[in-house]
Design a protein around this ligand. Structure first.
Ligand code: NAD
Length: 328
């Protein structure tokens, strides 16, 4: 039987308020309370979702079985370590930590304490990605673009760790091959850190993925284009739209074809078939937190576990280091 899990939230700023909203509504979760170093913010969100404010992290940990950590990235490692040491299951917003060594330490601690460590790479649940499961994906080339208007939130880390890491995590989950090499460059425009970055990853199986991330843009753009033998898919993560173009060789003209060549010497028509799969609008954060509770109850596997969060961070860190070296 599903057990109701006592949950606490640490950090209820921009994103943490939505964690509070969902945990207050999930039947399998009991939102016991909030800890935020900004007490008035903690009270505001606690009042809104009818829960308690805790004066310290220790007091919160005494009352819960699981926590969501939604504080600035630089604080993740210290807070998560304390939670795992106390034997609590941890959902931690992305990026898992600022450094790979910190992520490794958390993974080790979660194993030692038999606690779940899950990472909030929410884009994995973007409904526009779901139709890709119906195609035999073997990408040769992937073009990724993530542009966002400037905000001060997230600028405690470079753009690769703030924005590009979303796409790195997605692509690592789509390409079933280790990274062979990385090339990267970037520039700083608004902050002391890198604000615009470009990276090209070559995987051992030959797949090439080209990423651009910028936090200096007028409009938000989040697009992935996948090219493979006889297929091209374009995914708009912002609009929630996926379009697939496939080459089909058939003796009969396909009515769904947008382009049909005359019969060739093999006796078939080369045709381009266009598909726009229906995309169900879903709330990715709600799904992610539901998955966390189900994973604690042993009913599901975590969609993005600590190791996946660490792997995305390792690639992102390498990219960032290359950019810094390139700028010197
Ligand atoms: P924010 O600055 O709006 O909120 C952070 C909150 O944490 C604030 O209320 C602050 O008072 C509190 N806080 C800071 N240090 C604390 C500490 N030591 N103990 C307790 N509370 C503390 O930040 P945000 O935009 O909500 O981002 C939070 C985290 O979520 C970051 O790691 C960010 O990368 C991540 N994030 C993820 C996504 C996503 O798409 N998954 C989107 C936005 C942010």
């Amino acid at each position: 039987m599903t057990k109701q899990i006592m949950v606490g939230i640490i950090g209820v700023g921009h994103l943490g308020q939505y964690h509070a909203k969902h945990f207050s509504q999930l039947p399998a979760a009991n939102l016991v309370g909030i800890f935020d170093s900004d007490r008035s913010r903690a009270r505001e969100i606690a009042n809104k979702y009818n829960t308690n404010v805790f004066e310290s992290l220790e007091q919160l940990l005494d009352s819960v079985a699981a926590v969501s950590i939604v504080t600035p990235t630089i604080t993740h490692a210290g807070i998560a370590e304390q939670c795992l040491q106390a034997g609590k299951h941890v959902f931690i917003e992305k990026p898992i930590t600022k450094t790979v060594a910190e992520a490794d330490r958390l993974i080790q601690l979660s194993q030692q304490t038999n606690s779940l460590l899950q990472v909030g790479h929410i884009e994995r649940l973007n409904p526009a990605l779901l139709p890709l499961k119906n195609f035999n994906l073997q990408p040769k080339f992937i073009e990724v673009q993530r542009l966002a208007p400037f905000t001060t939130r997230g600028t405690d880390v470079p753009v690769v760790l703030d924005l590009m890491i979303h796409d790195i995590d997605i692509i690592l989950s789509l390409v079933d091959s280790p990274v062979k090499n990385i090339r990267a460059s970037g520039v700083s425009i608004m902050t002391k850190s890198v604000d615009i970055a470009n990276a090209r990853i070559r995987f051992q199986n030959g797949t090439v993925a080209n990423f651009t991330a910028s936090r200096i843009a007028k409009d938000q753009v989040r697009k992935i284009k996948v090219f493979q033998q006889d297929m091209y898919a374009t995914i708009d993560l912002s609009l929630g739209m996926t379009e697939v173009y496939r080459i089909l060789d058939d003796k009969i003209k396909n009515p769904a074809a947008i382009l049909t060549a005359p019969l060739n010497q093999d006796g078939v028509h080369r045709q381009i078939v266009y598909e726009k799969p229906a995309i169900k609008k879903t709330d990715a954060l709600q799904m992610e937190l539901t998955n966390f509770i189900a994973a604690i109850n042993g009913e599901e596997k975590p969609i993005v576990d600590g190791v996946a969060g660490r792997d995305a961070l390792a690639v992102a860190t390498k990219i960032h280091q290359m950019i810094i070296e390139d700028l010197l």
